[in-house]
Write a protein that binds this ligand. Structure first.
Ligand code: BGC
Length: 258
């Protein structure tokens, strides 16, 4: 398939001012899609994404939205539909994590993580699907979850709860929305070189044991993740729904005996 395999499509990528979201926004633009770039705290990152998209000659808009607020999820989707006339593809990428011992997790920290990672995905998807229903259109929902939708991550209980929630949300919606020709899948990245992992990457005592657990022996790149998002968004993935695809260098399947 040519590089313009998404020509004529419009995609909303949440949290596309940095990291995996930025990489996916750039890749989908390269494939020909118009892009809604979303940020919550860093407009300069969103502008950087827009600059990087420019050479591909697609349309793009930047929309600020705090995805922990349902009204923002709805206005974000509306802004995309107003700008491009429709949205075909939703990539629920925005996510946060807070590490702490389970007994020390505060209500505030719990709400922060669950509201962005699960409630935000739930209501952004709802607004997106309503937009599809209005126009009787097919659509693609791609959630960026994590290996931790399936694998434990001690001291990150709220993060695991949110990602496990996304796994079941994806499965449920794949069945409910299948008859409308809306596919729903998860991409579960492992350890990827992004800002969320900055402190881990700078701490050899944390990085080395993690690398030892990755059969492919390296951290992933945002391009590794974006390549799969590009496939799931494309016509070639028309019959793919209801599953999680791991992009983790084999991390989740690893087992060692000393
Ligand atoms: C987390 C990272 C972690 C990685 C592998 C990701 O979902 O955001 O903090 O290093 O999983 O454990």
């Amino acid at each position: 398939m040519s590089e313009s395999k998404l020509a004529g499509k419009a995609a909303l990528v949440t949290g596309s001012s940095s990291g995996i979201g930025q990489g996916i926004a750039i890749r989908l633009a390269k494939d020909g899609a118009d892009i809604v770039i979303n940020y919550s705290g860093h407009p300069e990152g969103a502008q950087q994404t827009q600059e990087m998209i420019k050479p591909f000659g697609v349309r793009s808009i930047i929309v600020k939205a705090d995805l922990s607020k349902v009204a923002d999820c709805q206005s974000l989707v509306k802004a995309g539909i107003d700008a491009f006339g429709k949205l075909d593809i939703l990539v629920n990428n925005a996510g946060v994590e807070k590490g702490s011992d389970f007994v020390d997790v505060t209500e505030e920290d719990y709400d922060f993580v669950l509201n962005v990672n699960l409630k935000g995905v739930f209501f952004t998807t709802q607004a997106f699907v309503k937009g599809l229903f209005d126009k009787n259109m097919p659509g693609r929902v791609i959630n960026i979850s994590s290996v931790h939708e399936d694998m434990v991550f001690p001291h990150f209980a709220s993060y695991c709860a949110s990602k496990g929630g996304i796994r079941m949300l994806m499965r449920d919606l794949a069945v409910e929305l299948g008859p409308k020709n809306i596919t729903v899948n998860n991409i579960a990245p492992g350890a990827i070189i992004t800002p969320i992992n900055k402190s881990m990457m700078e701490d050899k005592a944390k990085l080395d044991p993690l690398l030892a657990n990755i059969p492919l022996g390296r951290l992933g790149t945002v391009e590794d993740v974006a390549a799969l998002a590009s496939f799931l968004a494309s016509d070639e993935a028309a019959y793919v729904t209801g599953s999680t695809y791991f992009v983790d260098g084999g991390l989740i399947r690893n087992y060692h005996e000393q």
